[in-house]
Write a protein that binds this ligand. Sequence first.
Ligand SMILES: Nc1ncnc2c1ncn2[C@@H]1O[C@H](COP(=O)(O)OP(=O)(O)OP(=O)(O)O)[C@@H](O)[C@H]1O
Ligand SMILES: [Mg+2]
Length: 410
Amino acid sequence: MFKKIKPMQYFCGLDLGTHTMKASIVRAKDEENLDLLGIFETRTAGFKDASISDIAELAECINRTVHGVMQKTGVKVHAVQLGLSGNMLTARRTSAVIPLIDSGTKVISKFDLRKVDHQARLLGVNLEEEVIHDFPQWYKVDDVNSSINPMGLIGRKLESSLLLLTANTLRLRNLTKAVHQAGFEVSHVAFGGFAASDVAIEPQDKQQGCALMDIGANITSVLFFKNGIVGDVQFIPWGGNYVTQSIAQRLSLTVDLAEEIKKTHAVALQTNPRDIPGEILIKRPKGYIPIRRESVFDVVNWEIENFLPHLEAVVKGSYLYHQLNKGIVMVGGGALLPGLIERIEERVNAPVRMGVATQGLNNAALYAASIGLGRMHYLKKTQESIGVKTPQNIKDKILISIKELCQEYF
Ligand SMILES: Nc1ncnc2c1ncn2[C@@H]1O[C@H](COP(=O)(O)OP(=O)(O)OP(=O)(O)O)[C@@H](O)[C@H]1O
Ligand SMILES: [Mg+2]
């Protein structure tokens, strides 16, 4: 008998960062055969402080980025999976409890889980918000049985706890409008940090306990994983742009020049400034002017010292801190500052490493979110469900549905 050959499918992830917009195209044959075909990035325009400052400029920027990756890969896409940065999101815990039956007990089915999760979502979301992710935390049956998957258990009432990531509905609609104006559809919306974890962290590490730290331009997102699920999400309003701004202000330079100096000369090491001799020559209209390396070091160190106490409070304050068996994985452009890994490691007292998204890519940590979004687009993992595995086989699917209907009504 001939094996049916699945056609190749192509998916585009668009990571809408405050500083840089990144698009990737992923080719998918099946879950095991997902290949990254290419990446393209553009400096973000028309989007400031998590809202649109100029929709025409933003649409133009999206158009340039997606066309850039299409040209690079020779693949045409019509829709993108849009990735949101942490500064567009709010994390909130919510819970709900429902009776399973008027009297007596019943076997818990998928319908009951859906119903209680829906109830928890309704109670947790504000009027002007939309749920981007709802990460199930636990279920309780009759106040006692705390379980990750209660399907099949017998009980009278069911409680569910969710961790919600929500975004402002109007902002989301405007972003979607900008994508449409750029000539593309939005297939899904997801949190870029969560998408990055999909490529930067192995599933078994998420099972054993670890964290993903996405240091972007203006925000650092920290996601804690245990038992394969996102158990905690925290945001710190700090990123690589804070370092650039400080260099620009304190050394009286333009932001562009400060950015260049940061990328080529800045280090986050805790070295004594006297050990950093030498000068950096900066081109000015009237010739070259020297800037002491020691001054750059001082500014960077001052910024890092501002950031570290907040980070320490977030990491050590998480209920999952003592479960970080597989350490912390860093992604995002802000994480590329040399020496930052060591400083964070020392401060939070946990192993820290740079996320490696794929071989053959320089600074892969920068693109983890956009690649993850492309993959998610295929895997449709935006609405993650824990413990409840959907069978792939159509016969099994029908059998399970019939079984559930019987349990529900008889
Ligand atoms: N090689 C590098 N060394 C140091 N910093 C870098 C380097 N490359 C990029 N950055 C910094 O990383 C930041 C941008 O990172 P990234 O692209 O992850 O942010 P973003 O996704 O646009 O922002 P956000 O996630 O906050 O919305 C900028 O501050 C940039 O200066
Ligand atoms: Mg980002």
